[in-house]
Structures are given as structure tokens and as C-alpha cells.
Write a protein that binds this ligand. Sequence first.
Ligand SMILES: [Zn+2]
Length: 351
Amino acid sequence: MKKIPFFDGHNDTITQTLPQKLSAPPLFPLGTPQTHIDAQRAQQAHYLGSLFAIFIEADDEEEADSADYRTASNQLIMPPPLDPRLARQRTDAIFAQILRAERDPQCPWRIARTYDELQRNMQEERLSLVLHIEGAEAIDFELNSLELYYQAGLRSLGLVWSRPNIFGNGVPFERPGNPDCGFGLTPAGRRLVRRCNELGIIVDMAHLNEKGFWDVAKASAAPLVVSHSASYSMAPSARNLTDAQLRAIADSDGIVGITLHVADLRPDGQYNPRRGLEYFMEHLSHIAEIIGIDHVGLGSDFDGACMPEELPEVSKLPKLLDAMREAGLSEDDIEKFAYRNWLRVIRQTWH
Ligand SMILES: [Zn+2]
């Protein structure tokens, strides 16, 4: 049987590999034996590319103090805003480390900055890093840093993580919850979307609330992208997409990457890996039924979430292909899901 490669909409392996300290060691090789992904296991699974998230966490003590963002039972549902100076400083440091690592001739991966580079890397079976910032706190109001990060290789931007910033509002970690919460994009958020369109940067709406989603749908000229999410009608997490949102993604010829995060796949919202692959397949069949297989891909969230028991890390990904074959999908449809849809959206968005 033909070996099918994967292109993934989201992982947090950079965040798991690099301690969030400015003096961290170089990002080489990628991952560790403890992370869900490392360069060697990615190669074995034919995992040949992904949007690799650069994600900045607030310092623990800042989060611990913010009672406003906690439920009565002290559960953190909405992290507080992140200090943009901290975000900028740490994002710069991570970019510098990635660029230094890439210059090493032994480096097993490459940053993909153009569609041709991405295709060439896949043909040579070399792992592509598509640099993605998850949560735009490091981007200033004037969008000056966007220009610099673009030159450094940024090709995808998540407007928000699950917290507010100057561009828009994220959804809380509520299960059950509702994506329709809070205000939409700010005027700066709409400018950011248009500038990303002009530069050829993917605008990722994962973690964005529903009003923000519709604002992007109106403002953006590019295919709509949600890199890691699932179906709200199958599992009522505030992170998931309603059927109307899914249809809008398809109408724009965009893509939703289905997450492997069990808490967003399970109707009960539990962090419980049991039967995770079954839940994933139920979301896949529901989403493909209403918007077609052309608009669905993988959005694993490896190294950032709770994985199904059957897919605890990247080397087990071929089990997902087996599950799709068992569910009766054609080889052509499996290839679309595994990498071709993501490549199409990237080709249409980058220029
Ligand atoms: Zn995320």
C-alpha cells in the first residue's frame, strides 16, 4: 500500500522543546524522547510538515493571581491578557533560535517559506516547519513587527489564543461552553487580517470567538483556516465550530484541521484518552458529511494537548490511516485529508 505523508495544521513541539528562557539551548534537534514529536519519529510516520506554533505563556505567578479569570471552583477558564513586551521579547528569542538551528548543515528540518520549498521538502522526505505564531500579542498596533517576522519566515498567524488581545477575543476553556461569547475583531484586528492577506500569511482562527470568526470571514480575501478544532454539534466545547462556521470555511475553499485533543472531541469534555480515535472519526465523518472531504485536514495539537490512547505520539499516526480505510474512505479522500487539502490552502494563501 502506498505510503501517505501527513501535513499537520498544528503542534506545540517548539514550545515543548524550548524552555521559555532567553538562555535556552539551540532548537536542534527538534523535540526530545519525551515530546509527542521529534524529527526521527516524524520521519518514520511520514509526518513531513506542519504549522509549528510559537506560543508564549504568561509566567505562572501572573496567572495564579488572576482570580477574575477563574470559576468558583478555582478552575482557570480564561487566562489574563499577556504583556505584549514579554510576548515580543520571547518571540524574538525563539525566532533567533530557530534561525540559528536551521543554519546548521546537520539540521534535519527546514523552514518552508514558499510553496515550492514546501513541495520540494516533501518530495525529499524532509520535515518542513511552517512558522506560526499562536496568539498575536507580539504584533504591535502599527503591525511593524509583522513585517519583520514575515521576513524571518512567519507564514501563519493565530489572531488570538484563549485570551483577549488588541486584535480580538479568544474563547474560554469551557466544556460545555459556547463559541459565541465576547466582542468581535477590533479595527486593528481587521487591519491585521488585511495585511496578512497582502503579505501571504495564513490567518488562523483557532481559539477565536464566533463574532471574531464572522469578522474575519468578512474581512479576509483568503481561504478561511481553523488549524485545530472540532465540531460543536458533536462536542459542545467553546473551542469547537458550529455547522454554520464549518459551511463558511468550505464556501471560502478553506480548511479545518481536526484536533486530536480528547477534551474537545468527547461530548463530556473530559481529559480522558479512552476511545479517543473513535471520537475523532465521528467528528471527521460529521464534518466531511456537511462540508465535504476537501475542507478537512489534521490539526493534531501534538505536544499541546491530551492525545487519544491509540495515538499517544506521532509515530502512531499511521493508525489514523488504518481507521480511515476501515471507515471506507477511498485512498484519494485519505490523501486529501492527510496532506493535499492543507497544501492547496497554503498554495492559495502564500504568494
Ligand atoms: Zn491551541
